[in-house]
Design a protein around this ligand. Structure first.
Ligand code: GDP
Ligand code: MG
Length: 255
C-alpha cells in the first residue's frame, strides 16, 4: 500500500489538560499549516478555560468530564478518527512544544511506516530536560527499538503520526497508563506487525503551564515502565481488537 499524500485525510489531535496559557497560540500557529476543520482538541477534564479558548479559535472540542490522562485522550481521538474515516492521526501537544512546520515531513513517511515518531535525538539533537528523564528515555528507547526492530531514539515523544492500520488498532485499544501512551503504544503496534520509524524534529520549550514530569515522577515510573515493557512482550490484544490479521514480513515491506 502506498499513500498518496495529496488525498491523505489527516486529523490533528491535541490532548489538552489545563493548557489555557498556550492553547490559543498553538492553534493560531497551526492554522497556517493545517485546516482547523481537521483539528480536534481533547480537553481532558481541564478546570481552566482550555475548552472555551479552543472553541473560540474554531476547532472541535471533545471534553472528558474528568481527567483521564493523555492515553485516554488519544484513545478518544483515535475513535473519532476511525468513525470519521481519517487515514492519519497526528498527535500534537497543547503546550507549544511541537512545531507544526514538521507536520508535512511526519506525514510524508506514512507511506513507508505505520507510525512515524518525531525524534529530538535521531540526528544527535539535544533537548533541555532533566538528567533523570534523559537517562530514563535512553534506556527505554533501546528496549523499545528491540521490540520494534527499528532504531528509535525518542520513544516518549508525543509528536507522532499514525497511519490507517495504526488507527484501526488504536481506536479499539490504546494504553492509558502514564508513559504507556507513548512507549507501550509502540510496543503494542510492533507486536501486531505494524512498522515504526522516526524522523528528526526540533521541539520548543513549553509555552506555559506545567509539564507532567518531575525528577521524582521520572524515577518512580522508571521501574514501572520496565515492568510495562516486559509485560508488553507477553500481553495479547483481545481477539476482537485485531482488525487486520497479523502482518507478515512481506506485507510489512509493502506498507
Ligand atoms: N500532564 C498531563 N497532560 C495531559 C493530560 N491529559 C492530556 N494532556 C495533554 O497531553 C500533552 C502532553 O503532556 P505534557 O505535560 O506536555 O507531556 P510532556 O510533553 O511529555 O512533558 C499536553 O498537551 C497536555 O495538555 C493529563 O492528564 N496530564
Ligand atoms: Mg509537552
Amino acid at each position: 500500500m502506498t499513500t498518496d499524500l495529496s488525498t491523505l485525510k489527516a486529523l490533528i489531535a491535541i490532548p489538552a489538560y489545563n493548557e489555557e496559557a498556550s492553547i490559543g497560540a498553538v492553534l493560531i500557529d497551526l492554522r497556517n499549516h493545517h485546516a482547523l476543520e481537521h483539528v480536534i482538541v481533547i480537553d481532558d477534564g481541564s478546570r481552566d478555560a482550555t475548552a472555551t479558548i479552543a472553541r473560540a479559535a474554531g476547532v472541535r472540542v471533545i471534553r472528558h468530564p474528568i481527567n483521564l490522562g493523555v492515553g485516554a485522550a488519544m484513545g478518544t481521538a483515535f475513535k473519532y478518527a476511525a468513525r470519521h474515516g481519517y487515514e492519519a492521526v497526528v498527535q500534537l501537544d497543547a503546550d507549544g512544544q511541537h512545531r507544526p512546520e514538521f507536520l508535512s515531513v511526519l506525514l510524508s513517511q506514512i507511506g513507508t511506516a505505520d507510525i512515524v515518531v518525531g525524534s529530538r535525538f535521531s540526528d544527535g539533537g539535544y533537548f533541555r530536560t532533566t538528567w533523570a528523564r534523559r537517562t530514563v528515555m535512553r534506556v527505554i528507547a533501546w528496549v523499545v527499538s528491540t521490540y520494534a526492530r527499528s532504531r528509535l531514539t525518542d520513544v516518549t515523544s508525543g509528536f507522532r503520526v499514525s497511519g490507517p492500520r495504526a488507527i484501526a488498532l488504536f481506536s479499539q485499544h490504546y494504553p492509558v497508563e502514564y508513559l504507556g501512551d507513548t512507549v507501550e503504544s509502540i510496543v503494542l503496534a510492533a507486536r501486531q506487525g505494524l512498522t515504526v520509524t522516526e524522523v528528526p524534529v526540533t521541539m520548543n520549550e513549553r509555552f506555559g503551564g506545567l509539564p507532567s514530569q518531575s525528577i521524582f515522577r521520572a524515577f518512580l515510573y522508571t521501574g514501572r515502565i520496565f515492568l510495562i515493557l516486559v509485560l508488553a512482550g507477553f500481553r495479547t490484544v483481545p481477539r476482537s481488537v485485531i482488525v487486520t490479521k497479523r502482518i507478515s514480513k512481506k506485507e510489512r515491506k509493502s506498507v
